[in-house]
Design a protein around this ligand. Structure first.
Ligand code: DX5
Ligand code: ZN
Length: 228
């Protein structure tokens, strides 16, 4: 089977929040495929980031896919606001509520691509009953809440299991957390095709974004040849 196209999704969590619009423009020009937007509520995860008004304010600045990662519970009450704000992919955590199927139905009903995120401690099997409603499975390779954490290698087994379950379906497997030029190859060999990178993409400031993204892409592409 042909490998899914690789996509680099820099996370703006590591950006200069005082200059967020310029940061998004810089990431676009530096070669980001998707822009990853980490929404945190201080409840589902122990940190607070930003909400739909910030997504809306950034939307006119780029035509790149807005990949909105909701680390919030409950999520359902906010899905319409993120859709209206211009999200393209809306991802909810499987652990964030008792009604994952309903959340995914709601995202699809809003005309958006639906994603399910799995924490490192969550088994891959959780996504199996909802695969018909899923466009993206986001496998967390750190415990969500903060950028700059170390990649947890055991999640590669989760990526492999999700890949086996999703085989033949138009589902992208995304990996998020601790992705660097060292860890990206491992995640890609396991089957990830969308790589979120916060620290590794944004280190050094805007002047470095293009080189950072190119390095990550090169490391991922070199490993994608190893796909079965
Ligand atoms: C963590 C977020 C990630 C984070 C990644 O909770 O979901 O998207 O920004 O940052 P790094 O790449 O630094 O681990
Ligand atoms: Zn994220």
């Amino acid at each position: 089977m042909a490998a899914a196209p690789l996509r680099l999704a820099p996370s703006i969590l590591g950006a200069d929040f005082a200059r967020l619009g310029e940061e998004v423009r810089a990431l676009d020009e530096a070669g980001a495929d998707w822009i990853h937007l980490d929404v945190m509520d201080g409840h589902f995860v122990p940190n607070i980031s930003f909400g739909p008004d910030v997504v809306k304010a950034l939307r006119p600045l780029t035509t790149k896919t807005f990949d909105v990662h909701l680390m919030i519970a409950p999520a359902d009450a906010y899905l319409a606001a993120f859709a209206a704000a211009g999200a393209d992919v809306i991802t909810v955590h499987a652990e964030a509520g008792p009604h994952l199927h309903r959340s995914l139905q709601a995202i699809r009903a809003l005309g958006k691509r639906a994603g399910v995120a799995l924490n490192p401690g969550t088994p891959a099997a959780v996504v199996e009953p909802v695969l018909d409603l899923v466009d993206v499975v986001l496998v967390m390779s750190v415990n969500p809440g903060f950028g700059g954490q170390a990649f947890i290698p055991s999640v590669c087994e989760t990526i492999r299991r999700v890949g086996a379950m999703a085989a033949g379906r138009p589902i992208a497997i995304e990996v998020d957390g601790g992705i660097t030029v060292e860890t990206a190859p491992e995640a890609v060999r396991a089957g990830a095709s969308v790589l979120v990178a916060g620290s590794a993409a944004l280190k050094g400031g805007a002047a470095c974004y293009a080189a950072n993204i190119a390095a990550l892409r090169g490391a991922a592409e070199a490993a994608s040849g190893a796909w079965a």
